[in-house]
Write a protein that binds this ligand. Structure first.
Ligand code: CP
Ligand code: NVA
Length: 325
């Protein structure tokens, strides 16, 4: 259990952050990015370790968290779910308590979101969600940082997400809601984000002025879009449904024809990995309007800022989160 006398914060969904905290993380990520480009590294994580549990595959999340910890003067441990005792039936509760005795933070990528919640309840240290079936907060925060770099004021921006109403879509909706931005999600009726996500995001949107639209009509969603976003039709863990999903999602893809229906200068986003010829065409992802590799790069900078916000100590990080440890 967390020590009630030590304030720790988790990042399980984007909703764990306030709009001000998100913007503080963006500002700090921008500084870290500038420093990185100049070859400046500061040892904010000296003598601190981050355990990274992966029960699903990863390229970006694994490498950016690990490289990020190294650049901050700390250390990251890659723990494959299959190799640690968690994979042989040790409970997530015991795993949380044991890791809390060794390291200063845990990042986990797994299936059920409940598992991350349980880990966080029993860990005495901050827990970062590196993707569950329901959420991908580090991705969505990075995506909006990538927009922030271009627009600074995110509120007038319209993002349109096309495809599966999955973990990435859920986190994008929550981030747009918190930041008072506009998002339109076009997904087949049975694959739209679940009502609880939409309802809670709508409640936030009423306070921030965000606009959230969920539709199955791609053309309607794309009109006026400044950013067009898509993700794979079949997420990790759904492989058995691949053939069925290919048929269902055939009309939900970013093509150069669709891109012409968006606002002039619309940029194209994808969290990667991409399936060219399925949710996005080769000529679109390789075009000058694609910013997918900027998004991938920014995972490094934004996650370093998140690590500092959650695991950092001292007055330096006082302004990053309101209740940092
Ligand atoms: N976008 C993303 O999370 O990529 P990985 O699965 O490679 O970590
Ligand atoms: N929705 C995808 C995202 C991968 C980064 C998945 O969960 O597989």
């Amino acid at each position: 259990m967390k020590n009630p006398h030590v304030k720790t914060r988790d990042l399980l969904t984007v909703m764990d952050l306030t709009p001000d905290e998100i913007l503080s993380i963006f500002r700090f990520a921008r500084k870290l990015k500038r420093d990185y480009k100049k070859g400046i590294h500061r040892n904010y994580m000296k003598n601190r370790s981050l355990a990274m549990i992966f029960e699903k595959s990863s390229t970006r999340t694994r490498v950016s968290f690990e490289a990020g910890m190294t650049q901050l003067g700390g250390h990251a441990l890659f723990l494959s779910g299959a190799d640690i005792q968690l994979g042989r039936g040790e409970t997530v509760e015991d795993t949380a308590r044991v890791l809390s005795r060794y390291v200063q933070g845990v990042m986990i990528r797994t299936f059920e979101h409940d598992k991350v919640e349980s880990l966080a309840r029993h860990a005495g240290i901050p827990v970062i969600n590196g993707l569950t079936d329901s959420h991908h907060p580090c991705q969505a925060l990075t995506d909006y940082f990538t927009i922030y770099e271009r627009n600074r004021d995110i509120r007038p921006v319209k993002m349109t997400y096309i495809g599966d109403g999955n973990n990435v879509a859920n986190s994008l909706i929550q981030t747009a809601a918190l930041l008072g931005s506009s998002i339109s999600v076009a997904a087949p009726i049975k694959f739209q984000p679940e009502a609880s996500i939409i309802d809670s995001a709508m409640a936030v949107a009423r306070q921030t002025g965000a606009s959230i639209e969920i539709t199955d009509d791609v053309e309607r969603a794309v009109a006026g879009a400044n950013y067009l976003y898509t993700d794979v039709w079949t997420s990790m863990g759904q492989e058995k449904e691949t053939a069925r999903r290919k048929k269902i999602f055939a009309g939900y893809r970013i093509t150069s024809t669709l891109l012409k229906e968006a606002a002039p200068g619309c940029l194209v986003m994808h969290c990667l990995p991409a399936h060219r010829g399925e949710e996005i065409d080769e000529d679109v992802i390789e075009s000058g309007q694609s910013i997918v590799f900027d998004q991938a790069e920014n995972r490094l900078h934004v996650q370093k800022a998140i690590i500092c916000a959650l695991l950092g100590h001292g007055p330096k990080f006082g302004s990053l989160l309101h209740h940092f440890r």
